[in-house]
Design a protein around this ligand. Structure first.
Ligand code: ITT
Length: 200
């Protein structure tokens, strides 16, 4: 069987970034769609790691191939970590991000700079057919801005302000975002873990 990794995500924004970040991995990275996997996986874990493992294992079991998954989200300190693991489901899965982002800005109206701290979190899980599972987690720290800005990226990027860059993550180029993002850092860490365990 040809060696490949199936990425257990239905999120096109994530998949685009994953392809760029793992471009030099040396083996094919297929989306579920490309692998012909159709699955509605219930993410009923209580942490990013648990949900990443649930998704990776489900696709590994369906295909018999090595499967990876990304579970990620935005934690806003002023909102006690909301939306967190519920980031995709916040205000409903199908609600446009212009509305979700506007709601977050409204909930932080009048909140001063120093209390607007937030981070994107990304947990990556890799599930092997022999039952082993590897996980890792990375974050990127920032603040919730005062308005939506930028057209790059996806999801909450337009309201995630990076003070060191003076812009939101939706105003970074895809290369810049992948260099510093929770997802970029976590996927590079996972690639290293795979190389170290020689399980690529
Ligand atoms: P899959 O489970 O199919 O991968 P999903 O979108 O449901 O897709 P998650 O459950 O991991 O994935 O939810 C992640 C959500 O967190 C995502 O939908 C965005 O709302 C947000 N998010 C994660 N990473 C982000 C990023 O880099 N930029 C903007 N928003 C992000």
């Amino acid at each position: 069987m040809q060696r490949r990794i199936i990425f257990a995500t239905g999120n096109e924004g994530k998949m685009k970034e994953i392809r760029m970040i793992l471009a030099d991995m040396g083996l094919p990275i297929l989306s579920m769609k490309e692998a012909g996997v159709e699955a509605r996986i219930e993410e009923n874990g209580t942490s990013f790691e648990e949900n990443a493992i649930i998704k990776a294992k489900a696709v590994m079991e369906l295909t018999g191939a090595v499967a990876m998954a990304d579970d990620s989200g935005l934690e806003i300190d002023y909102l006690n970590g909301e939306p967190g693991i519920y980031s995709a489901r916040y205000m409903g899965e199908d609600t446009p991000y212009e509305i979700k982002n506007a709601k977050l800005l409204q909930r932080l109206e009048g909140v001063p700079d120093e209390k607007r701290t937030a981070r994107f979190v990304c947990a990556i899980a890799c599930a092997f057919p022999d039952g082993r599972v590897l996980t890792c987690r990375e974050t990127v720290e920032g603040r919730i801005g005062y308005e939506s800005r930028g057209n790059n990226g996806f999801g909450y990027d337009p309201v995630f302000y990076l003070p060191e860059y003076g812009c939101t993550s939706a105003e970074l180029t895809p290369e810049q975002k992948n260099e510093i993002s929770h997802r970029g850092k976590a996927l590079r860490k996972m690639r290293k873990m795979l190389e170290e365990t020689k399980e690529r």
